[in-house]
Design a protein around this ligand. Structure first.
Ligand code: FAD
Length: 405
């Protein structure tokens, strides 16, 4: 079997895996990205609400709020072409059942020093349901454009090799190195410093003439970075390191349009409410609701759901979750319920039309039940050979991976 050596092996090709690989390659390291699917950026990094968090969302977790705000400026500057910063964004407090109220929310924003201007009257909103409405400053990133950018970047950066359709068959610690047995379908492309020169683990003839093939490979590395989000514990398990305490939910993001609301955003705080806002620069609004976005929940270490049928469809198992949007057994959309819930905060003249929905597994630290926090955690779970587990809370916290050296 062919053996290849890398300084770092990053498991998972979402935004965190891609950013980690680019950061390390930029410092001269030779990096491999292993991605289970045929394409990078198909899961949480694509299916999310695209909120470029500024802190407002976490009145119960000052730590998450402060971390969002800390990274916002840098993320916006470095991804300017993929950020929608031109829309009006409102936060509101529901008059009934909220964990916060107007004065508390204002104090919280004051503490974080983030702008929040009280709006007493507005023709689009129903003040019978809203205790308070605030004009805030929150932007959204475009997950589709971000995906295109990062895919292009990792696949064209010298020092990074991307293995797609990659299955880790086995991993073992041998001295101070990991040995990883990999099964890959398709060709492996590694772009050298000369962008016209493509090298492949297969012969040049095979690469250009043959249909996708399946091949085995052994990778050796001193450092593995697990950036697989919903598959975090499955990957930890393969490498024989501890699990994180996680829960998993099959989640729906509904895409809607409204002639009357246009390209604005409203997030209702703090509890079982909802949010609607521009999905980056797409012209669509993404809609989510604490009560209806999450269809099924798994309290197992790995995401185990009754829709998985590993015997007939091995592409989605608790040990290797698949792409929910593409799955015939995805849940029936809750968009009508989400729209009905949000409708209560608007005047009757404002109407929403549902176009389609995306689904994915959302994983959370069990501890987040206490304060609804979404920290990004990087844990060194084994020192020699090294194994980092990177569990991502928010997209704009990608810079946390720079702590890995
Ligand atoms: C419904 C929802 C809404 C959200 N809203 C927001 C928001 O508004 N703003 C925000 O900042 N954040 C939001 N988040 C959180 C954010 O999307 C995630 O924190 C972030 O996308 C995680 O990125 P990632 O690269 O770690 O994971 P992913 O993008 O899921 O990437 C993990 C990759 O690992 C691959 N993989 C899995 N197992 C293996 C394996 N064994 N071998 C190889 N590859 C494997 C997967 O196929 C996938 O490509 C939301 C998340 C969800 C689910």
């Amino acid at each position: 079997m062919q053996v290849e050596n890398y300084d770092f092996v990053v498991v998972g090709g979402g935004i965190f895996g891609c950013y980690a690989a680019l950061h390390l390659a930029g410092r001269g390291a030779k990096v491999a990205i292993l991605e289970k699917e045929a394409r990078l950026f198909q899961k949480a990094s694509l299916v999310n609400q695209a909120r470029l968090h500024s802190g407002y969302h976490y009145p119960r977790s000052v730590a998450t709020a402060a971390m969002s705000d800390e990274h916002k400026t840098r993320f916006t500057e470095e991804h300017r072409a993929f950020v929608n910063h031109t829309f009006e964004k409102f936060y509101a407090i529901d008059r009934y059942g909220s964990f916060t109220d107007g004065p508390q929310f204002e104090r919280f924003c004051g503490f974080l020093n983030i702008p929040c201007e009280r709006v007493y009257d507005h023709k689009l909103f129903n003040f019978n349901r809203l205790e308070a409405l605030y004009r805030t400053e929150e932007h959204s990133f475009d997950p589709v454009l971000l995906g295109n950018y990062y895919r292009e970047k990792v696949e064209n950066t010298s020092g990074i090799t991307v293995f797609k359709n990659a299955q880790i068959q086995q991993a073992s610690a041998q001295g101070n190195a990991w040995a990883i047995d990999l099964l890959v379908s398709g060709s492996k492309f590694q772009v050298s410093s000369d962008p016209l020169k493509v090298s492949s683990s297969e012969s040049a003839l095979e690469t250009f003439n043959s249909p996708p093939s399946i091949y085995h490979l052994k990778l050796e590395t001193n450092t593995v970075i697990n950036a697989t989000y919903a598959a975090t514990n499955a990957t930890n398990h393969v490498f024989g390191v501890n699990h994180l305490a996680l829960t998993h939910e099959i989640s729906e993001i509904a895409f809607v349009r409204s002639k009357q609301f246009g390209q604005r955003g409203l997030t209702v705080m703090d509890g079982p409410f909802g949010s609607i806002m521009p999905y980056g620069l797409s012209g669509l609004l993404s809609l989510s609701s604490v009560a209806y976005t999450h269809h099924k929940i798994s309290f197992d270490a790995m995401p185990r759901f009754d829709c998985q049928m590993p015997e007939t469809d091995p592409a989605c198992r608790p040990e290797a979750p698949g792409i929910c949007t593409d799955c015939a057994r995805r849940p029936v959309s809750n968009a009508p319920k989400m729209m009905a819930q949000m409708q209560q905060y608007f005047e009757d003249s404002v109407q929403f039309t549902h176009l389609f929905s995306y689904y994915t597994i959302k994983s959370k630290l069990k501890a987040s039940h206490i304060d609804d926090g979404r920290p990004t955690e990087i844990s060194l779970l084994r020192e020699s050979p090294r194994f980092f587990c990177l569990f991502a809370g928010k997209i704009n916290s990608i810079y946390e991976v720079e702590k890995i050296g």
